[in-house]
Design a protein around this ligand. Structure first.
Ligand code: ACO
Length: 370
């Protein structure tokens, strides 16, 4: 038995949710470029869960279901009030999402119908948790979800308490479409491993949130913004990047396990970053990002991933830096739950082996003789 570090190249399951073939990402066979230009996030959620694009009545139904399920139990709001004001936002999301299960009477109902209803509640309530956490730590009261609003509109509204602009809603909606699913990434795999024990969907999504938190995965978008802020100006870029590469340190937002010729989602976020920057008259972060991309690609051949330009997009939307990864979770919840539903449909316990590299057989020695 020989281990493959990082499971690189290992095919761990079959899936019909999304694919990455020859650098092209598809959800249920639809190219991400097509979906990014044309589909709303709610259409994508339906597509991921049901395997087909919704007809008009089906789209209305899923929007209504998501909107009706967006309020979180009062006990979970009370729990969030107890979190330290400086809590890590992904840790807060992980804890509050886990707590949702305690107040869901169907939490352990493993029928397909109940799991779909719970997927709706998770998808609808994760944005409400994040907005409530953000407001409570700022000493403000959480805002109840707005009936009939889309997930993107509602999230921005619950965060700021103000009606978001159409431009902001469209930009966030597109970012949510782009992040919704990505084959067997680390968080999705974590979610599938958890539910393959026949544990419940809340446990699966909680595991996935924990995996997304890390800076090698979803946490990279925050790290990109931290890097841009640390660099500060265009003039500081060259010495900063050169120093990082010389020291063999990683530049956040670059590289990918699967894409070696570029992440197909990055160009959409780059375009969005330019458009939003032009509209607000603040192109600083966009221009810095372009300079960093040119330098890193030129020197190291590394291309930006989905996280690189999402940093400047969210900053231009005035979203606090530590909510970037939680926003990723809003989007990826659709993919996690689609994969979890798929896992339940054709389940087998996921239990790989390890190549043992510890000491060879030893004899027990009583404590007084060690
Ligand atoms: N900056 C500098 N060098 C890099 C980077 C980077 N961002 N990414 C990879 N490399 C280099 C490594 O140093 C290594 O070089 P070496 O062979 O000379 O030692 C080589 O490229 C291979 O890198 P690995 O880390 O082994 O590649 P792996 O496939 O395990 O990792 C990962 C992929 C984690 C995404 C990596 O590229 C990385 O750490 N990127 C920065 C973090 C990031 O942006 N994560 C978000 C990924 S997208 C997502 O999860 C949504």
């Amino acid at each position: 038995m020989t281990a493959t570090k990082g499971l690189e190249g290992i095919v761990a399951t079959t899936s019909s949710v999304s694919s990455i073939i020859d650098g092209i990402l598809t959800y249920r066979g639809y190219d991400i470029d097509d979906l990014a230009e044309n589909a709303s996030f709610e259409e994508v959620i339906y597509l991921l869960w049901y395997g087909k694009l919704p007809k008009a009545a089906e789209l209305t139904r899923i929007r209504d279901e998501l909107s009706a399920a967006a309020a979180i139990p009062e006990q979970v709001v009370d729990l969030i009030r107890l979190f330290p004001k400086n809590a890590n936002s992904m840790a807060a999301l992980r804890s509050a999402t886990s707590a949702l299960a305690l107040y869901d009477g169907e939490a352990d109902d493993m029928t397909k119908e109940a799991n779909l209803r719970k997927a709706v509640r998770l998808q609808a309530q994760i944005p409400t948790i994040i907005a409530a956490f953000s407001r409570i730590r700022d000493g403000k009261e959480p805002i109840a979800p707005k009936a009939g609003a889309t997930i993107a509109e509602n999230f921005l509204y619950m965060l700021s308490g103000e009606e978001p602009s159409d431009v902001a809603v469209k930009a966030l909606d597109k970012a949510l479409v782009l992040h919704a699913d990505h084959e067997l990434n680390a968080s999705t795999f974590a979610g599938r491993v958890t539910v393959a024990t026949l544990s419940d969907i809340y446990s699966g999504v909680t595991s996935a949130i924990g995996a997304l938190k890390g800076p090698l995965h979803g946490g990279a978008n925050e790290a990109v913004m931290a890097m841009l802020e640390e660099i500060g100006t265009l003039e500081n870029i060259d010495p900063y990047v050169n120093r990082k590469l010389e020291n063999k340190e990683k530049l956040m937002g670059f590289g990918h396990r699967v894409y070696k010729n570029g992440d197909p989602r990055a160009k959409h976020l780059q375009k969005m970053s330019l458009e939003l920057g032009s509209q607000t008259g603040d192109l600083k972060w966009y221009e810095m990002s372009i300079r960093i991309e040119n330098l890193v690609t030129g020197l190291k051949g590394l291309k930006p991933n989905v996280d690189f330009y999402s940093a400047s997009v969210y900053t231009t939307l005035k979203i606090p830096r530590d909510l970037f990864t939680p926003i990723f979770a809003i989007s990826r919840c659709s993919g996690w739950t689609a994969h979890i539903l798929e896992q339940y449909e054709n389940n087998r316990l996921i239990r790989p082996r390890a190549e043992y590299v510890g000491p060879s057989t030893q004899k027990y020695v009583p404590v007084e003789r060690r």
